[in-house]
Design a protein around this ligand. Structure first.
Ligand SMILES: *Cc1c(COP(=O)(O)O)cnc(C)c1O
Length: 404
C-alpha cells in the first residue's frame, strides 16, 4: 500500500483517468476558441462545449441552455447570490441562508449586508438541520432568495432540497443551492426539487480544478442575474470571458460518469464508510460522530475524539490525509464554525477529524487508517491528564479549575 493515503475527497478529488483522456486533445489539437464563429477550430470547440453542457444538464435534470460555465463553485455562488440580489433589489432586500454554509456563500451574503441588504443566518440543530417552520417564518414579502446547501462539506448532513424548494416556490422566493458536494453521491433534479439556481464544481467530482457551473432556471420562473464579470458577453451575457474549454470538456465527462455510476459508487462508499466508522467507534467508544447519521453524504464521517487535540492527532497520523475541525480556516486554529453551529463545545470541535473517502479508496486503506487512528488516539489519551481524570471517574464538568 502506498502512503500517504488520501482520505480528503471532500476537499478535492483526483481526476478520473477517463476524464483526463477526454481532455487531452483539447490542449494541443482541438484548441480553438468556442467564441470564434468564422472557422472550424471555433466550431469544433463550440461543439465540445455544447456536449459538455448536455452532460452536466443531464446530471441535474436541467436544459443545457440553463448551464453557465464558471471557474468553480466559489464563483457560481457569488454570481447566484450577488447577481440575484442586484437584479431583484426593487422587489426586496432580504436573503436567507444558514450558519453552516460554505464561506463561498456566507461571505457574499456578508458583502451584501454592507450594501444595504438584510440577511437572515438561520441556526441549525445538533444534526445540522434548519427548522423548516423557522425558515417559512423568516420569509417575508421582501425576501428574494433562500440559499441552502445540498450537502454540508464538513459533516455531510443533507438538507431536504425538495421540501425547501417547495416551500420557496409556494412563497414565490428563489431557491439557490450550493450542491458542490452532492453529484455522484445523491440524486439532484432541479424540477422535482424546485431548484432555481445550483452551483457545481468539477474538482469535487473527479474533474479538473478551476472549472464549475451555475444552473440558472429559464422558465417557471425565468431567473435573471446581474453579471459579475463584464466583457465579451459570453454565456448569454451573464459571465464574460473565454471559456476554459479543456476544463469544461473534463467537467462534462466527470458529470456523465457521476450520473451513470451513482448507484454502484454509493453502495461502495457506504460499505467503506461503515467499515471505517465501525472500527473506530468500536475501539474508541468515547468518540462522537458529528452530523446526521441517516441523512448524510455516503462517503464522509466526521468524528470527535474527546481529550485529544485534533491537530496533534493529524500530526500523529501523517500517513493519512484528512482534515481537522479547525483546518478549514487554515491559518488560524479556530474551531470549525460548522461544528460550533451544531452546538458542539470547543473541546469536541477541536478534537474532530473529517474522513472523506472516494472512488479510489480501498478496504486495505480503510483498515490501515482505522488502525493508525485508534493507536494514535490511545497514545495521545495515555498522555492526557484529562483522560486520566475521566478514567478515575471524575466528572470534568464539576471540576473547579484554578488559574494562576
Ligand atoms: C469546495 C466547495 C466550494 C468551493 O468550490 P471551488 O470550486 O473550489 O471554488 C463551495 N462550496 C462547497 C460546499 C464546497 O465543498
Amino acid at each position: 500500500m502506498k502512503t500517504p493515503i488520501y482520505m480528503d475527497y471532500s476537499a478535492t478529488t483526483p481526476c478520473d483517468p477517463r476524464v483526463v483522456q477526454r481532455m487531452l486533445p483539447f490542449f494541443t489539437e482541438t484548441f480553438g476558441n468556442s467564441a470564434s464563429r468564422s472557422h472550424a477550430f471555433g466550431w469544433t470547440a463550440e461543439a465540445a462545449v455544447d456536449h459538455a453542457r448536455e452532460q452536466v444538464a443531464a446530471l441535474i435534470g436541467a436544459h443545457p441552455k440553463e448551464i453557465l460555465w464558471t471557474s468553480g463553485s466559489t464563483e457560481a455562488n457569488n454570481l447566484a447570490i450577488k447577481g440575484v440580489a442586484q437584479m431583484y433589489r426593487q422587489k426586496g432586500n432580504h436573503l436567507i441562508t444558514a450558519v453552516t454554509e460554505h464561506k463561498a456563500v456566507l461571505d457574499p451574503m456578508k458583502y451584501l449586508e454592507t450594501q444595504g441588504f438584510e440577511v437572515t443566518f438561520l441556526p441549525v440543530n445538533r444534526l445540522g438541520h434548519v427548522d423548516l417552520e423557522q425558515l417559512a417564518f423568516a420569509m417575508t414579502d421582501r425576501t428574494i432568495l433562500v440559499s441552502l446547501m445540498a450537502a454540508n462539506n464538513e459533516i455531510g448532513t443533507l438538507h431536504p432540497l425538495a421540501k425547501i424548494g417547495a416551500l420557496c416556490k409556494q412563497k414565490g422566493v428563489l431557491f439557490h443551492t450550493d450542491a458542490t458536494q452532492a453529484p455522484g453521491k445523491i440524486e439532484l433534479d432541479v424540477e422535482s426539487q424546485h431548484i432555481d439556481l445550483l452551483s457545481l464544481s468539477a474538482h469535487k467530482l473527479y474533474g479538473p480544478k478551476g472549472v464549475g457551473c451555475l444552473y440558472v432556471r429559464r422558465k417557471n420562473p425565468r431567473v435573471r442575474l446581474v453579471s459579475q464579470m463584464d466583457g465579451g458577453g459570453h454565456e448569454r451575457g451573464m459571465r464574460s470571458g473565454t471559456l476554459n474549454i479543456t476544463g469544461i470538456v473534463g467537467m462534462g465527462e466527470a458529470a456523465a460518469i457521476a450520473k451513470t455510476e451513482l448507484h454502484s459508487e454509493v453502495q461502495k462508499l457506504l460499505g467503506l464508510r461503515a467499515r471505517l466508522q465501525m472500527r473506530i467507534m468500536n475501539s474508541l467508544p468515547d468518540s462522537v460522530v458529528n452530523g446526521d447519521q441517516d441523512a448524510r453524504l455516503p462517503h464522509l464521517t466526521n468524528i470527535s475524539f474527546p481529550y485529544v487535540e485534533g491537530e496533534s492527532l493529524i500530526m500523529g497520523i501523517k500517513e493519512i490525509a484528512v482534515s481537522s475541525g479547525s483546518a478549514c480556516t487554515s491559518a488560524s486554529l479556530e474551531p470549525s464554525y460548522v461544528l460550533k453551529g451544531l452546538g458542539l463545545g470547543d473541546e469536541l470541535a477541536h478534537s474532530s477529524i473529517r474522513f472523506s473517502l472516494g472512488r479510489f479508496t480501498t478496504e486495505a486503506e480503510v483498515d490501515f487508517a482505522a488502525d493508525r487512528v485508534i493507536a494514535e488516539v490511545n497514545r495521545l489519551r495515555a498522555m492526557s491528564p484529562l483522560w486520566e481524570m475521566v478514567q478515575e471517574g471524575i466528572d470534568l464538568s464539576q471540576v473547579k479549575w484554578t488559574s494562576h
